[in-house]
Structure formats: structure tokens, C-alpha cells
Design a protein around this ligand. Sequence first.
Ligand code: RTP
Ligand code: MG
Length: 136
Amino acid sequence: MERTLVLIKPDGVRRNIIGDVIARIERKGLKIVALDLRTLDRDTAKTHYEEHSARPFFESLVEFITGGPLVAMVVEGERAVEAFRALAGATDPVAAAPGTIRGDFALEVQQNIVHGSDSTYSAEREINLFFPGLES
Ligand code: RTP
Ligand code: MG
């Protein structure tokens, strides 16, 4: 069984759509095996997004992701990484298909409601960062 790290980013929490996002995950048949509301510190945010550290939007991304509470979850199921990325939709919410989380709820590329790990390798790294010691 595969696992992925899902975040409902601060914009999603602010807009009171935690329940809607969770409902879509559960409706798909994926299982939530860990869940926590927390505000990220800058070091954790920088580590989480370290692949983007040289990008012009990095500082703005760190500000945004640390700017309020977010929901962190470990989601499990058959091909969970790919399954959640499909539910989330394209990074740019305007390009994201209607029916996806980003396609239905967002307009701006930074404030795109959710994060999902992009590979099983990233998932393992991110789950260890957010939920160290979580049993398998
Ligand atoms: P995520 O990592 O959050 O799941 O999103 P993703 O894989 O679809 O997109 P990625 O390329 O990893 O970008 C990470 C997050 O950075 C913000 N972003 N801003 N201003 C910009 O041009 C820009 N590009 C990306 C978004 O919040 C994106 O989800
Ligand atoms: Mg990404």
C-alpha cells in the first residue's frame, strides 16, 4: 500500500474548505492514516520546498505556507501519490480541470489549496519531515 503527504495549505484552511477536501479524499477510497492542524516554522517550510530554493518565488512561497495554520495528512491507498495528484489537478488552478480541487476552488498559482507529494521518493521524505516516527 502506497502513502503520500497531503497538505491543505493556509488558503484552504482560511476559506473553510477542509471538510470538502477531506470528503474528496475519502470518496475516492483513500484512507487518512495521520492528520494534524499546525503552523509551519520557516525551517520546516524551507526543507519541505527545498527543490524550489533557487526559484524566484521561493521566499514568497515560504511566507505563504507559514502564514497560518495548515492541515497535514498522510493518505494511504493504491497508487496514492498519483491518485491524490489527479484529485488536486494542475499546479496552475486556471489550467486545472473543473472537478479537481484546484480547478474548483482556486485562481492563483501560489494559493492553490493543496499539496501532494510528486513521487513515492518525495512522499517518504515529506512524511518523515511532517510525521517522524509514524508507524507503517
Ligand atoms: P505542490 O508541491 O504544492 O504540491 O505543488 P505542485 O507540485 O503542483 O507544484 P510545484 O512546482 O512543486 O510548486 C510548489 C508550489 O509553489 C507555488 N508556486 N508558485 N509563483 C509561481 O510561479 C509559483 N509556482 C509554483 C504553488 O503553491 C505550488 O503549488
Ligand atoms: Mg511539488
